[in-house]
Design a protein around this ligand. Structure first.
Ligand SMILES: O=P(O)(O)OC[C@H]1O[C@H](O)[C@H](O)[C@@H](O)[C@@H]1O
Length: 272
């Protein structure tokens, strides 16, 4: 894999090029994958036309790294600090590795940790892996997710397969626990579900296109689209843009990870 530094929207990025010509763009801000274009030339990740890229902001689209807190399930700002903090590039081999260690933005979470994100481009496949290490003397607990915004041509033509019979917490209904009865999930209103340990792979059907979604290490899968009403109140989404993505997130949400001193945890999501 080749890599070269570049900028996008005045944000320092790394552009990755795989052997087959596939590309990915990763911002150092958040170690945030902004784009993945396999060799066929079709972008697979959604990125909002109104996304903000400044210091301390969260980028709307791509693959936000959520750590050490998911959503508002704790005292930290929503979804934690990893997505709003600059990471550093460690190096590039068959994958690019980025690192985050405690700093000013994590002061509200007083634990010694090392977070690493690995991004790999293989023929037709994007692999993103998150590794958390406890570098301190005390156990800590965390949640995490790869909050992937998958680009779709039109939400009306989208169906997610592989969740039949699975239990989920419905965040649009105060966390009520439900079971999916249909073979496929379609999206005609706000959807915000945390599926408990679903089987993988899932398959995203977008008209004639198919995308395989696989995960390891992460116990849960979050499926999110704000729907028209909620989307209208999201300032960094352009009108109608909610129809252009579906978030399928590899997450460790319902059971936080308890990491002892010296302990390591890793989770990955594979698309393609
Ligand atoms: O707007 P954000 O802070 O990026 O959060 C976007 C969404 O993330 C997750 O998918 C949660 O399940 C949603 O409840 C939340 O609205």
């Amino acid at each position: 894999m080749q890599a070269q530094p570049t900028t996008f929207q005045q944000t320092p990025c790394l552009r990755l090029v795989g052997r087959d010509g596939a590309t990915a763009l990763v911002a150092l801000h958040g170690a945030h994958v902004l784009s993945w274009i396999p060799a066929d030339g079709r972008e697979r990740l959604f990125l909002s036309a109104r996304a903000h890229y400044g210091a301390g902001t969260a980028i709307r689209g791509g693959i936000p790294v959520i750590f050490p807190q998911f959503a508002g399930r704790g005292a930290l700002p929503k979804h934690g600090f990893a997505r709003t903090t600059p990471w550093r590039l460690v190096g590039v081999s068959d994958r690019a590795t980025f690192e985050l260690v405690p700093g000013a933005t994590s002061a509200a979470w007083p634990h010694a940790f090392r977070a690493r994100l690995h991004v790999g481009l293989d023929a037709g496949v994007l692999t993103v892996a998150l590794e958390i290490e406890n570098t301190g003397a005390h156990e800590f607990a965390f949640s995490a997710a790869l909050h992937t915004y998958l680009a779709v041509t039109d939400l009306d033509a989208v169906a997610l397969h592989g969740l039949a019979g699975r239990r989920y917490e419905d965040s649009t209904a105060g966390g009520a626990v439900r079971q999916q009865t249909t073979a496929e999930l379609r999206f005609n209103a706000e959807t915000d579900r945390i599926y408990v340990a679903p089987l993988h792979p899932l398959s995203l059907h977008d008209g004639p296109h198919r995308l395989r979604i696989d995960q390891h290490g992460f116990a849960d899968t979050v499926v999110w689209n704000p729907g028209a009403t909620l989307a209208a109140g999201i300032a960094d989404l352009a009108p109608g843009e909610h129809r252009r993505f579906l978030c399928v997130e590899a997450g460790q949400v319902l059971e936080p990870v308890h990491l002892p001193p010296g302990g390591r945890w890793s989770g990955m999501q594979r698309l393609g």
